[in-house]
Write a protein that binds this ligand. Structure first.
Ligand SMILES: Nc1ncnc2c1ncn2[C@@H]1O[C@H](COP(=O)(O)OP(=O)(O)O)[C@@H](O)[C@H]1O
Ligand SMILES: [Mg+2]
Length: 309
């Protein structure tokens, strides 16, 4: 399974959520690899705490490989190479967790036929080795997205399962932007059509994930004034309404990740020690990552019940 992670804007939580999803799927027993296609901002090394890769690699990253400057992109085992001790303890039954870093000196570049062929090759090889291949794309209407749309339209990938996740924050502007990235001009559906993707197939492969969501009824808002909580509830209900109208509602939702204090302050993997021993991250956040890891691998994306819409 190829999973393409995208978002209309930067700073949506795409990379942090995708990395945690990858980690949880590996703990669940899947062999997972994470391919950093965010050419301008390859942050996965930092999130997995591989210090040497915190700004991408100075060697042969994905960007160099796609441009033909390297015959193979570098691969790194997160379990073996992370600098965080508790991540180095690979839990019993966990699968592989491999990172293909971006290049530290990378940037957006338009793909040509060679780039697309190399991308097809890479996807074919990774898909046959791993249960889940997460491709973290640059934000917005990027060259990276165009390359992926082109590659997945090729006959060689016709039988390979792939899906798209659009990450967005739970605000009016982000919901509008997520809608536009899918349905708007030069959005995913438009770009897909130009590569002759089957409209219905592409449409049914796209799901949304809401990040850093504040629950207006959650205990963490206990310090707010009743007027503030009432206002939040009203805004939340309006957002649900708007999201449903824009096809970003529960029918197309893969999951929601609550706002977590740890992620608010640092881009990282949340381990079980962070919830159980240190008690700094919320169990709800880990539950959400676990759910996303399961749902993203299910035969069909299963919409979740969201009572507010
Ligand atoms: N569930 C969350 N709760 C709080 N902060 C979050 C959450 N998810 C992500 N963040 C924070 O949001 C910021 C942007 O996340 P990042 O994954 O780098 O975004 P993107 O890849 O979309 O640019 C980071 O500081 C990250 O730690
Ligand atoms: Mg990112």
């Amino acid at each position: 399974m190829l999973l393409f992670a995208t978002s209309d804007k930067g700073g949506t939580g795409r990379s942090v959520t995708s990395s945690n999803l990858a980690y949880r799927r590996a703990i669940q027993g899947g062999n997972v690899c994470y391919v950093d296609f965010d050419f301008g901002s390859p942050t996965a090394g930092a999130i997995f705490s591989i210090d040497e890769l915190k700004h991408g690699t100075v060697g042969a990253g994905v960007h160099d490989y796609l441009q033909g400057h390297a015959s193979e992109p570098e691969r790194h085992s997160v379990w073996d190479e992370t600098d965080r001790e508790e991540l180095r303890v690979r839990p019993d039954g966990a699968g592989e967790l491999v990172l293909y870093p971006g290049d530290s000196d990378g940037g957006e570049f338009p793909g040509d036929n060679h780039t697309i062929d190399r991308c097809v090759d890479l996807f074919l090889r990774l898909e046959s080795e791993f249960d889940l291949v997460i491709v973290d794309l640059s934000a917005g209407r990027s060259h990276a997205t165009e390359i992926v749309m082109a590659a997945t339209s090729k006959a060689e990938l016709a039988t390979v399962p792939w899906r798209w996740i659009v990450f967005h924050r739970w605000t009016k502007q982000h919901v509008l932007a997520a809608h536009s990235l899918v349905h708007g001009e030069r959005g995913l559906l438009d770009t897909g059509a130009s590569w002759r993707h089957h409209h219905a197939r592409l449409m049914s492969s796209i799901r949304f994930v809401r990040t850093a969501v504040v629950n207006p009824d959650g205990s963490e808002l206990a310090g707010l004034k009743p007027t503030q909580v009432r206002w939040l509830r009203r805004i939340d209900a309006d957002l649900h309404q708007m999201a449903a109208t824009l096809r970003v509602g529960r029918m197309n939702l893969l999951g929601s990740v609550p706002l977590d204090p740890v992620l608010q302050w640092r881009e990282q993997i949340i381990t079980d020690a962070d919830t159980a021993t240190l008690d700094i991250a919320n169990q709800r956040t880990v539950d959400a990552f676990n759910e996303l890891a399961k749902r993203s691998s299910e035969e069909s994306f299963i919409p979740v019940f969201d009572p507010a819409t």
